[in-house]
Design a protein around this ligand. Structure first.
Ligand SMILES: [Zn+2]
Ligand SMILES: [Zn+2]
Length: 170
C-alpha cells in the first residue's frame, strides 16, 4: 500500500515526521508530492471563517491523479457540517489533516514543537486508518479514538490498538 503526501505547508521536518509515523503504524510506502489544492477558496465559508473539509478533498481529487491513497496536510481550519471543527477528515481515498489547532499558540500557550509534531503524526495516522477501513475506536489510547478536543489527541497513542490493527484491509 502506498500513501502520497500532498502538503500545503512547507515544513520538511513535519512532513518527514508524519511519513515516519505512517510507516511505523502501517508499514506503508510513503511518497511526497508537491501539488497544491487548486481553487481552494471555493471551500471557504466566510461566515465560519473555515474551510469545508469535504469540498476541499473533492477539489483535490478533481485536480490530482492519485495512485492509491493520499494524505493532504493543510494549515487551513476545517469543518464538516454538524461539527464546530475537525482535526481531519477522510471520506474516501484521500484524507486531510489540519494543523490549525495543533499549535499550542492556538490555545494561547507557548509553542511546543515536539508536541506539535506528535499531534500531527497522530492525526495523520488516524485519517489514514480511516482510508484503510478503520472506524472510531472506544479505546482512549488507540489512535483511532475520535478526538473531540486536543486533550483527546494528547491522551491517545500514535498507532492503532491491536483490535484495530487486526481489522485493517490490506
Ligand atoms: Zn476519525
Ligand atoms: Zn483501536
Amino acid at each position: 500500500m502506498m500513501v502520497e503526501i500532498f502538503s500545503e505547508v512547507e515544513d520538511e521536518e513535519l512532513i518527514d515526521t508524519i511519513s515516519k509515523g505512517l510507516v511505523k503504524a502501517y508499514n506503508v510506502k510513503v511518497i511526497v508530492s508537491r501539488h497544491k489544492i487548486g481553487n481552494a477558496e471555493r471551500a471557504y465559508n466566510s461566515r465560519r471563517k473555515q474551510y469545508d473539509a469535504g469540498i476541499l478533498v473533492n477539489l483535490f481529487l478533481n485536480s490530482v491523479k492519485i495512485s492509491e491513497l493520499a494524505l493532504i496536510i493543510t494549515d487551513k481550519d476545517l469543518y464538516v457540517d454538524g461539527l464546530n471543527f475537525v482535526f481531519g477528515y477522510a471520506p474516501g481515498r484521500a484524507g486531510i489533516i489540519s494543523l490549525a489547532r495543533l499549535d499550542q499558540r492556538f490555545y494561547g500557550l507557548p509553542p511546543d514543537r515536539r508536541l506539535y509534531l506528535e499531534r500531527a503524526v497522530k492525526e495523520a495516522v488516524h485519517e489514514i486508518g480511516h482510508l484503510l477501513g478503520l472506524h472510531h475506536c472506544r479505546d482512549r489510547g488507540c489512535v483511532m479514538f475520535f478526538s473531540n478536543t486536543i486533550e483527546d489527541t494528547d491522551r491517545k497513542g500514535s498507532v492503532p490498538c491491536e483490535a484495530c490493527m487486526s481489522r485493517i484491509r490490506v
